[in-house]
Design a protein around this ligand. Sequence first.
Ligand code: ADP
Length: 226
Amino acid sequence: MIKIENLRKVFRTEEVETVALNGVSFEVTEGEFIAVMGPSGCGKSTLLNILGLLDNPTSGTYCLAGNEVGHLKESARTQARKGNIGFVFQSFNLIEEMNVFENVELPLVYMRINKAERKRRVEEALYRMNISHRAKHFPNQLSGGQQQRVAIARAIVANPKLILADEPTGNLDSKNGNDVMTLLSELNTEGATIVMVTHSQHDASYSHRIVNLFDGEIVTEVQSRM
Ligand code: ADP
């Protein structure tokens, strides 16, 4: 599903040059659950942003579902993301002015799906995340755990093949964190491919394989669970 080869990402400002990724290569097969670990500043978010088509690498190749997508223009990246990639972030990234239903509906609006179909899919995603009873609430009326369940509903509403999660339990207590990890694990069992950045060895234990980064390079890849 994902094949990256020799990815480099260099951030340049007038005075400084930072090599965030320095020749990263790995593959993720369909249905795998990968955890990316490593100390702060080692390039985890940079890697996830490139995998999520939010940014391009400076050099190297990125093949997603058989297509080379590493060097697309921004408009083509946006197009390639739609319906194919779902994101979950540490800080939930919900829109405060929109209620739960509207937040989850947003990817389908961007995809120009008709209203009746949007309603059907949003209700299904909210039900799946056990948050239907909060459809009319706004994000600031929800607990952190509930907000992350809404964010996961938004990530899965378009039925993407790939879910990218950046520290999804980072702002949650252990009970809510475990609930979120159980949901991600279930989505993986149902067929979603997941790449998750995490600091937590516990969260990484839900993955099949742990990719350890250090200073922009992969230092080890270890099997986690079978
Ligand atoms: P991690 O997610 O592992 O903490 P990041 O991928 O955020 O690491 O960052 C890797 C390196 O790239 C760091 O040295 C960071 O300061 C640098 N970096 C990340 N984004 C940018 C940016 N937009 N401009 C300049 N430097 C950046």
